[in-house]
Design a protein around this ligand. Structure first.
Ligand SMILES: Cc1cc2nc3c(=O)[nH]c(=O)nc-3n(C[C@H](O)[C@H](O)[C@H](O)COP(=O)(O)OP(=O)(O)OC[C@H]3O[C@@H](n4cnc5c(N)ncnc54)[C@H](O)[C@@H]3O)c2cc1C
Length: 584
């Protein structure tokens, strides 16, 4: 059942309590309750994804860039030292489905190298690409694009799922950029075409796959917590409620056992305690998970003592080593009116597009406004950045940077100009070495923690993103764009020398919203982390973490697909450990 009040909970204790009904938490809720004898409580801080007058804002693909504050945690980072002390908005989904309900819907799995590195450094072959592919496929179904066009040559159906709950699709609305992007891939050998970036080899330019099905966003909530799942008698989903801390229920074999949670709906609200019989599973995301751990006495002793919290498990890696993808926008004014600005500035055109969408779930409103193609690239083998700093990626199939191609003025740091039509590239650093943190500001879960992605703090990050900006300029200099680009947008004009580019980066870098690593796995590379390779918290019993916080290295990918994959495998690990039969 979907509940808004703890007094309606159907049980006093549950086999499993899942903290956070987000991307990973929704998968666990669904998979664990496939067996009727297993009961599960999900506690989600945010709102429902199916109630409210404003649901279009998270369901309609075109609205993705403008998610209202009521669906978000509305975090802000601490001043970013390498970015002239700018603070950055730091969105996270505050709704069932978590960030998968509010993200840009890019569906990218990362490279086989990245999964294989995880297997190698964790000593668990189960995380390898080969072992994870069945889980990746299990979560996904590739669906036809909204306009039902023939997708031959745009995707490899053989590497996609056919029965999974998350729906993916190719762009369903042609863009004025499409032919030019493709022409550039044949014109410039450094930007080759890749039929399917989700095959394990993402390198090159390909058609964007989005978590859109039948013209509507497909989130962890629509996919894994649909009505028939919520209606299961063995599943309670309590929304609008935060887990304030984990409860130590006993000590066993010298370890604290955390088979309970404390809940509240507001800081001054009644605190309620609920017990788990088998496990508490933290899926509160890369910010929420370390926040809750530290408030429960699981963290670095020094930091906990600073706030007067008694250390129960000394785990210095909690909240540390956070990575995220920084990016800068580049825009060019173009000589067509056939860009999204025309729709956005003219209510008649916008309303006509909405009417088409409402009647058919087709047209521009059904499409990801982020663009129709994206690309992943390595620095050239003879790059001086590589010889100076070494390779920061997982291997030869893993990218250093990403370019996305959009037919509008894309930026989170600059206002959209009132006139003119634009194309944009988002230039992202996808194998960064800077590492930040999540730290406690107070002892209440209702106060935001201090979030520091520490963007651009290493020389190699600055050098690599600089090379990526130069690559974007080379892409735009291909003859395919000659009659199309009028001039670079004024801000981007002065990006010719390295010094110019450094200043541009410092002024404009922001987040791709991919924090991870704040409760990372123990590995041969980094030593003892927060969880072991089965995702159980080291030094504790009854407690597991399943979300983006467990990754020791950031993927060269937008993170939702890797999170779906680890949550699918974790569901099986949990079932096996507790003798719950796996569905064939
Ligand atoms: C705006 C935005 C755009 C993005 N774009 C893309 C994209 O295009 N493609 C892509 O692949 N990835 C994208 N990402 C990243 C991707 O969505 C996330 O990496 C992924 O969804 C994280 O999954 P998770 O399970 O770790 O956390 P989440 O999905 O964030 O889930 C955590 C859940 O825990 C809940 N929670 C937190 N604290 C508590 C508490 N104390 N008590 C109860 N509940 C709590 C939260 O409300 C949330 O529902 C984007 C993210 C954002 C925010």
């Amino acid at each position: 059942a979907l509940l808004t009040d703890h007094t309606r909970l159907t049980k006093k204790s549950y086999d499993f309590i899942v903290v956070g009904g987000g991307t990973a938490g929704s998968v666990l809720a669904n998979r664990l309750t496939e067996q009727p004898e297993v009961n599960v409580l999900v506690v989600e801080a945010g709102r429902s994804n199916i109630d409210g007058p404003d649901l279009d804002d998270i369901q309609v693909p075109y609205f993705v860039a403008d998610i209202p504050a009521s669906f978000d945690w509305n975090y802000t980072t601490v001043p970013q030292r390498a970015l002239q002390n700018r603070t950055l908005a730091y969105p996270r989904g505050h709704v069932l489905g978590g960030s998968s309900s509010t993200n840009f819907m890019f569906y990218t799995r990362g490279s086989s190298d990245e999964f294989d590195r995880l297997a190698r450094i964790s000593g668990d072959e189960g995380w390898s690409w080969k072992a994870m592919l069945p889980y990746i496929l299990k979560s996904e179904t590739l669906t036809p694009p909204a306009d039902d066009h023939n997708t031959t040559g745009q995707v490899d159906p053989a590497v996609h799922g056919k029965t999974g709950p998350v729906l993916t699709s190719l762009p369903g609305n042609a863009s004025v950029l499409d032919s030019r992007v493709l022409q550039t891939t044949s014109e410039l050998s450094e930007f080759p075409f890749n039929l399917d970036m989700n095959s394990g080899n993402p390198l090159g330019v390909g058609w964007l796959q989005s978590t859109i099905g039948h013209g509507v966003r497909s989130s962890a909530a629509t996919a894994f917590l649909a009505q028939e799942t919520i209606n299961r008698k063995n599943l309670d989903v309590l929304i609008g409620t935060r887990v304030t801390r984990l409860l130590q229920t006993e000590r066993k074999d010298g370890k604290p056992v955390f088979l309970g949670v404390e809940l509240a709906q507001c800081d001054s609200g009644t605190k309620v305690q609920i017990r788990a019989k088998k496990e508490v599973i933290l899926s509160a995301g890369s910010i929420g998970t370390p926040h809750i751990l530290m408030l429960s006495g699981i963290g670095g002793e020094k930091e906990l003592t600073r706030l007067g919290i008694t250390t129960v498990v000394d785990a210095p890696d909690v909240g540390k080593h956070m990575q995220d993808h920084p990016w800068v926008p580049l825009q060019w004014q173009v000589n067509t009116t056939n860009t999204l600005e025309t729709i956005n500035r003219n209510p008649d055109i916008f309303n006509a597009a909405m009417a088409v969408y409402n009647a058919t779930k087709q047209g521009v409103i059904s499409n990801n406004p982020g663009g129709n193609q994206i690309g992943w690239f390595r620095l050239p083998p003879n790059s001086s950045v590589l010889s100076e700093f070494g390779d920061t990626t997982a291997g030869p199939l893993s990218p250093h940077f990403e370019l996305t191609f959009g037919n509008s003025f894309l930026s989170f740091t600059e206002p959209v100009p009132a006139t003119g039509n634009f194309m944009s590239m988002c230039v992202a650093l996808v194998a960064p070495t800077s590492r930040g943190s999540v730290q406690l500001a107070t002892t209440s879960v209702f106060d935001a923690p201090l979030i520091d992605p520490a963007f651009m703090q290493t020389p190699s990050d600055l050098a690599t993103l600089t090379e990526a900006v130069k690559a974007a300029h080379r892409f735009a200099a291909a003859s395919a764009w000659k009659d199309f680009i009028v001039t670079p947008f004024v801000e981007a004009v002065n990006t010719t020398t390295d010094v110019d580019i450094h200043a541009y980066i410092t002024n404009l870098v922001t987040t791709f919203r991919h924090p991870m690593g704040t409760a990372r796995m123990s590995t041969s590379e980094f030593g003892s982390g927060v969880v072991n390779s089965n995702l159980l918290v080291n030094g504790a019993s009854g407690l597991r973490i399943v979300d983006a916080s467990i990754f020791p290295h950031i993927f060269g990918a937008h993170l939702q697909a890797p999170v779906y994959a680890i949550a699918e495998r974790a569901s099986d690990l949990i079932k096996k450990e507790h003798g719950v039969p796996l569905l064939s």
